[in-house]
Ligand binder design. Structure first.
Ligand code: SF4
Length: 448
């Protein structure tokens, strides 16, 4: 028998819904709850050194859930022991209620396409992965199989069943094993279908090695993430028909937003480990020769690549996430520019200006290339740049000097500051510091 409740992994399961029904109403979600405090304190290895660490109310608990994900993702000094209770299934009831509170609050206030919504869905996926990681190998396998069987009722499914997951990029086709358009999740079925096509290898072992439990787990996690997103969509649609949203939920939504904004300040706009390369308005005086050349407008070959593959990643990272190479943590544009204000008002005008100065102007003969600019910043292949599409493509990091020299050799006319750097972005970060120092010395010559 598996020792952990299904609702601890999937709050949207029947068990999870039953917990919500028993709770009845939102009354008391902001009150101090001794049972909750006790469950947290009793968690093995849980740090309880200061009061802020222990959630006191359902409300606190919900915010800790989001905080855990944000800190785990961004903070190199993240202290796991402050959040150990999130992996303790004794907190099941509080966890399920917190999940519903968060989904409803975010869906009502911000809608399903918001950054808050995305963080909620991602944090649920991350929690499931971590909770499964706490189980023994056998329990983990049994639980995943049990849950998948309740979510999918047959072992080989047409891939179109996963359409939502595939189209929202929560699952990649290459993660799945397909045979005649059917996904194979069962070992026996895999052996039966593939044994005559596999030579010199044991098909059963191959299944374990290549697919086995990992894919099942991945599908389970992605399905629950997708269902969480769908649930928020439904709540959002229903809320449009209601007269007055519950003020408790609106308050929680605002607090979630505060947590995300604080994290953008700490980790996005120059956090503790990025103090020397904070995001700040662009300083064209610090641009390397290659960037200056593209900004003047490309007069001969390489126009499209120079604007789309070279300039777009450079300008967007230089403005929003200049420490990408030293931090080595992948981010989305909205992690550092939540309302896309810098993107719309500073980055795109600079890229479009350079595109207009080309001969011939880029969008005059190829207006469809705007889609590629959006795609390179992570917003998919769409004509308009919208938060809901973010994540469909990846935010391209700036090209290295080596690649510039190979693919766009006419751009590279190194100056003295190009020595010892490997990427135009590194050039920019260094030169920006130098320019700032020079400017402050010129402003107050007597102080130096
Ligand atoms: S060396 Fe690098 S930074 Fe300098 S011009 Fe060439 S590509 Fe640009």
């Amino acid at each position: 028998m598996i020792m952990v409740s299904v609702a601890f992994i999937n709050p949207l399961s029947d068990d999870g819904k039953q917990i919500v029904r028993e709770m009845g109403s939102l009354e008391g979600v902001s009150d101090i709850n001794e049972e909750l405090i006790d469950a947290v304190i009793q968690t093995k290895s849980q740090e309880i050194s200061d009061d802020d660490v222990v959630p006191q109310t359902y409300f606190d608990f919900a915010l800790r859930r989001i905080e855990w994900y944000i800190k785990k993702k961004n903070d190199k000094k993240f202290n796991y022991k402050k959040y150990t209770f999130l992996l303790n299934d004794n907190i099941l009831k509080f966890d399920v209620i917190a999940f519903y509170l968060l989904c409803q609050a975010i869906a009502i206030k911000f809608g399903p396409n918001s950054r808050e919504s995305r963080v909620m869905v991602e944090s649920q996926g991350e929690l499931i992965e971590n909770r499964l990681g706490e189980l023994s190998k056998a329990d983990r396998k049994d639980l995943v199989t049990l849950m998948l069987n309740s979510l999918i009722s047959y072992s080989s499914i047409k891939w179109t069943f996963f359409e939502d997951l595939l189209s929202s990029r929560k699952l990649n086709l290459q993660d799945l094993i397909l045979d005649n358009g059917e996904i194979i999740l069962d070992k026996e079925e895999f052996v039966e279908r593939f044994s005559d096509r596999i030579e010199h290898r044991d098909p059963g072992k191959m299944f374990d090695l290549m697919i086995g439990d990992r894919i099942k787990e991945l599908i389970l996690i992605r399905m629950i993430m997708q269902n969480t997103e769908n649930y928020m969509q439904t709540v959002h649609e229903k809320s449009g028909r209601e007269i007055e949203p519950n003020p408790v939920l609106l308050e929680l939504a605002d607090k979630v937003s505060d947590v995300l904004s604080a994290s953008a300040q700490s980790y996005g706009y120059g956090g503790s480990f990025a103090s020397d390369t904070k995001a700040s308005p662009l300083n064209p005086k610090a641009f390397p020769p290659c960037v200056k050349k593209v900004l003047e407008g490309m007069k001969s070959g390489g126009r499209n690549d120079a604007i789309i593959l070279f300039l777009t990643p450079f300008i967007s990272y230089a403005r929003l996430y200049p420490s990408v190479f030293s931090e080595n943590i992948s981010k989305r544009v909205s992690d550092v520019d939540p309302n896309l204000a810098a993107l719309q008002n500073e980055i795109l005008p600079m890229i479009f200006g350079a595109a207009d100065r080309c001969n011939p102007p880029l969008f005059e003969d190829q207006p469809q290339e705007k889609v590629n600019i959006n795609a390179k910043m992570g917003f998919g292949m769409h004509e308009t740049l919208e938060l809901k599409d973010e994540g469909e493509t990846i935010w391209y990091t700036p090209m290295s000097c080596e690649k510039v020299k190979i693919h766009l050799p006419s751009l590279c006319k190194p100056d003295a500051d190009c020595k010892k750097i490997g990427n135009p972005l590194t050039y920019y970060n260094r030169k920006k510091r130098m320019v700032k120092k020079e400017e402050s010395q010129n402003e107050s010559p007597n102080e130096s």
